[in-house]
Design a protein around this ligand. Structure first.
Ligand code: MN
Length: 244
């Protein structure tokens, strides 16, 4: 029996009801096992209730900071830039065109600089990554071939390829979100686990449960109330021929 579990949770994007459902599912699944939550970023934009998501995460975190950790995603970072006095027009437009308009609607303001100051302060202070004994938790991924301590902010917030199809071992299991899976189920590989199941595009919000004894996820839970296991695919290169 694992004496402690960490639930890592993928991109929320303003889907507050799915967040509430998933946390209920996680808490009832953990029962009396000590557990903590680690969010992989992208709390805002696209979905309808970014304000409620941020309020909820801030309140829960304030009551138990070490058991409720939140990483920064590229959308959270874009919003911080769009709300900053030193923003450029390009930064404002980039955020607005990527779902920022829904965030303004949720907060009932016309300009991101009018968001509550404590929300912006909280968002600006979010870390880019968390390491544990077996894993690196990060929003988007890492640049293959570079040591984990040399990764850039830009890659940790934004990378897709060549990370997603890389079969290189990165020095830790990389647990990430950022790129919605086509299947709306998490993707498990030997070197990375993708937990973005497209909550804001009609998919569920998904959590992976990790224990201290093995790097791979113990099981998954989602906001539809499903509990399931997935094993990593064999660590071979994807080639069309292997399916013929
Ligand atoms: Mn993202």
């Amino acid at each position: 029996m694992n004496e402690r579990m960490t639930f890592a949770i993928g991109d929320i994007h303003g889907c507050f009801e799915k967040l509430r459902s998933l946390l209920d599912v996680c808490r009832s699944s953990a029962r009396d096992i000590a557990h903590d939550f680690l969010f992989l970023g992208d709390y805002v934009d696209r979905g309808p209730a970014s304000d409620q998501v941020i309020c909820y995460l801030m309140r829960e975190q304030a009551s138990a900071p070490s058991r409720f950790r939140c990483l920064m995603g590229n959308h959270d970072h874009m919003l911080c830039r769009a709300a900053d006095p030193s923003r450029t027009d390009a930064e404002l437009i980039q955020w607005w065109a990527n779902g920022g308009e829904e965030t303004l609607d949720a907060y009932g303001v016309d300009d991101p600089s009018d968001l509550p100051a404590e929300h912006l302060t909280w968002m600006r202070a979010l870390p880019l990554q968390v390491r544990d004994k077996h894993r690196l938790f990060v929003h988007a991924g890492v640049r293959p071939g570079l040591p984990l301590e040399d990764q850039s902010q830009d890659d940790m917030l934004w990378i897709r390829e060549p990370f997603l199809s890389s079969r290189l071992w990165h020095g830790a299991l990389v647990v990430h979100g950022h790129t919605p899976t086509a299947t709306r189920s998490p993707e498990v590989q030997a070197n990375h686990v993708n937990l973005d199941t497209g909550a804001c595009f009609g998919g569920p919000l998904t959590a992976a449960a990790f224990g201290p004894m093995q790097s791979a996820p113990l099981f998954f839970l989602n906001s539809d109330g499903l509990k399931f296991e997935l094993k990593s695919r064999p660590a071979t290169r994807r080639t069309p021929k292997s399916f013929s």
